[in-house]
Design a protein around this ligand. Structure first.
Ligand SMILES: [Zn+2]
Ligand SMILES: [Zn+2]
Length: 159
């Protein structure tokens, strides 16, 4: 009889002695957990509070930001927007045809309490109302830290 990895829905071959496949065994050893880090976990690791200790301030996503200022990351091979990911995780599914918009007008913010659902038209109205400048390039957002942020490439130690 074949020994299969005991992780749910894995089904890979396991060595009898520990009942994990080589991939799960390696992950357990490396991370101490059998669960893969979700895109949400990765996103939450890249957040800085705009106002220190104030959980209700903007949660700025530090990392790749597209030309509209939205944080972006990869999830299961797809590009996803950080604020949409945050909404789904904290508030639930995004109904078809609706967008996740920012109350705080800080595009790289992923604080679920600063987000709301709206239509494309709401988004345009909101943009006009706030006089938002939508011109820009893809860049990295370093929040209030700017170039002082440890992740900024000018602060990386050359190897
Ligand atoms: Zn496995
Ligand atoms: Zn915000």
């Amino acid at each position: 009889m074949d020994d299969r990895c005991c992780v749910y829905e894995c089904g890979k071959k396991a060595k009898e002695k520990d009942k994990y496949c080589s991939m799960h065994r390696a992950r357990l050893r490396r991370t101490g957990s059998l669960n893969k880090k979700t895109p949400f976990d990765r996103m939450m690791k890249r957040i800085v509070l705009k106002e220190k200790w104030n959980l209700m301030s903007c949660w700025e996503y530090i990392g790749y930001v597209n030309k509209l200022g939205y944080g972006r990351l990869r999830a299961n091979g797809k590009k996803v927007l950080a604020h949409r990911l945050s909404w789904k995780e904290h508030r639930g599914e995004i109904p078809k045809g609706l967008l996740v918009l920012h109350k705080c007008d800080n595009s790289c913010c992923v604080n679920p309490w600063h987000l709301f659902l709206g239509t494309q038209q709401d988004s345009i109205d909101d943009m006009v109302k706030k006089g938002r400048n939508r011109k820009g390039k893809d860049h990295h957002c370093y929040g209030k830290f700017g170039k002082e942020h440890p992740a900024h490439k000018s602060n990386r130690i050359a190897s």
